[in-house]
Design a protein around this ligand. Structure first.
Ligand code: SF4
Length: 455
């Protein structure tokens, strides 16, 4: 098979792996126009310092010994299979890099025989790329569950970011839909990588590799949303634990897309992208806005409101804090105002050292007044014509979303005017709970990049 045909197959097979902000975007190429590289597997991700980089996103192989119910590459699917040799993958990546098409590589793979063999092949391809081609670009690799710790170290010193997919928000769903991926093959290696990052594990045998840090861009994971029955509450509680106990940089959510006809998923439809979006917004609140999970969602109303972003929902359920006077509120409280982001709150704090702010100042500071106007005062006054009335604020904020969603509501979702059960004990499920609770970890919530903005 020609390398270009392999590229087509293996880039297409990789499109369900979420590693970037353009994942899932489809735009048809138009002759004579520029900008569509998705058919060649090029996507975009954000690095630690916030830069957007183009990545070649491919699988090493789409042949797989496992039979996960939700996966297009599973062994029982009748699809064309392809596998890159280490040299082919290294050459291809280097060729794209030299032409300035990409700045990095995102590499995953089906299980070629067994996890160790697959990981060895991935290491070999990346080692060639680093050592022989002198590639210094960004590499994000998906670690293969079940690979040995020795191979994880070898891979970890070659790449910038590693991720191990947790796949589902509960062990019971994992057992049913990915029976060959035992929980022991996911969380313990995740903990091993976490410890390795702290201890900066090194592979002593690799004398040529110049890179000296183990997984310098940290580790991430991915969860499929909507193929199994877990609620947003369960998903966010697990994400919070993963950030705190495993020091993850990022939890990616992937709305389920039916690509396989396994009877286990018969009748399970494509998960709404809006649900994925709301989860990213909630995740953003936890990572950057110092929200606890139980402030965003609770067991009694375990789904996020599709019509209202989680921050606005929190504000409408906690109106005793509003309207907030921008000239007096602390930085932490400014962050709670819908429409005021991290940058906006910092700009307000800095600008009010000079003088007391009015509404024109807020516009100049690029505060999203469309949302913020309902929740703040300047010099003790609401903006002219704005009514501080929870019901009408709710109507205003949900009007456009309601038009888009035609009023679809999930049963049990957390919504405006439902009673918050603050402080309710967080309930975890299955044995993810016991495994995670057994782990030592700092309380720091890691800061990652990409995702929801402008909350
Ligand atoms: S291990 Fe499962 S999810 Fe991964 S490629 Fe194979 S079948 Fe797909």
């Amino acid at each position: 098979m020609e390398i270009v045909d392999k590229l087509k197959i293996l880039a297409d097979s990789a499109k369900y792996d979420v590693a970037c902000t353009s994942c899932g975007v489809e735009r048809t190429a138009v002759q004579g126009q520029l900008g569509n590289a998705s058919s060649a597997g090029i996507c975009h991700a954000f690095t630690e310092d916030g830069r957007c980089v183009s990545l070649l996103k491919v699988l090493l192989s789409n042949a797989c010994a496992y039979d996960c119910a939700y996966c297009v590459n599973r062994r029982s699917n009748d699809i064309t299979r392809a596998t890159f040799s280490a040299r082919e993958l290294a050459e291809l990546t280097y060729g794209f890099y030299r032409r300035n098409y990409i700045e990095g590589l995102f590499l995953s793979s089906g299980i070629l025989g067994d996890p160790d063999r697959t990981t060895e092949l991935m290491c070999e391809a990346i080692r060639l790329l680093r050592d022989q081609y002198g590639f210094r670009g960004y590499i994000h690799a998906k670690a293969i569950p079940g690979a040995s710790e020795e191979l994880l170290v070898r891979l970890g010193v070659l790449v910038d970011r590693l991720s191990l997919n947790i796949e589902f928000p509960s062990e019971s769903s994992l057992k049913v839909l990915a029976p060959e991926k035992a929980k022991e093959a996911i969380l313990p290696p995740m903990r091993f990588v976490r410890d390795g990052i702290k201890a900066n594990y090194q592979d002593k045998r690799l004398s040529v590799v110049k890179k000296t840090r183990f997984v310098p861009a940290g580790q991430s994971t991915q969860m499929i949303i909507g193929a199994s029955p877990e609620s947003d509450y369960q998903i966010l509680t697990l994400s919070d634990h993963l950030y705190r106990k495993m020091d993850l940089r990022r939890v990616f959510f992937s709305a389920y897309i039916p690509v396989s006809d396994d009877p286990l998923l018969a009748g399970v439809h494509k998960a709404p992208l809006l649900r994925e979006h709301r989860l990213y917004q909630a995740d953003w609140l936890m990572r950057f806005y110092e929200f606890g999970v139980d402030e965003i969602i609770n067991e009694q109303h375990p789904f996020l409101d599709v019509l209202l972003d989680p921050k606005a929902n929190w504000a409408l359920n906690n109106m005793e804090h509003f309207p907030m006077e921008v000239n007096k509120a602390s930085y932490e409280m400014l962050l709670r105002i819908p429409g005021v982001g991290v940058k906006g709150a910092k700009r307000i704090i800095s600008a009010r050292r000079e003088r007391r702010l009015d509404f024109d100042d807020l516009k100049r500071l690029h505060i999203t007044m469309k949302r913020a106007r309902y929740f703040l005062t300047c010099k003790g006054r609401m903006e002219e014509g704005v009514l501080f009335d929870p019901l009408s604020i709710h109507q205003e904020l949900t009007r456009s979303a309601a038009r888009r969603q035609s009023g679809r509501v999930l049963e049990g979702q957390l919504s405006f005017l439902t009673e918050q059960s603050a402080g309710s004990e967080l309930v975890m499920w299955d044995s993810w709970k016991s495994i995670l609770q057994g782990l030592k970890g700092g309380d720091r919530i890691s800061v990652g990049s990409g995702g929801a903005r402008g909350l």
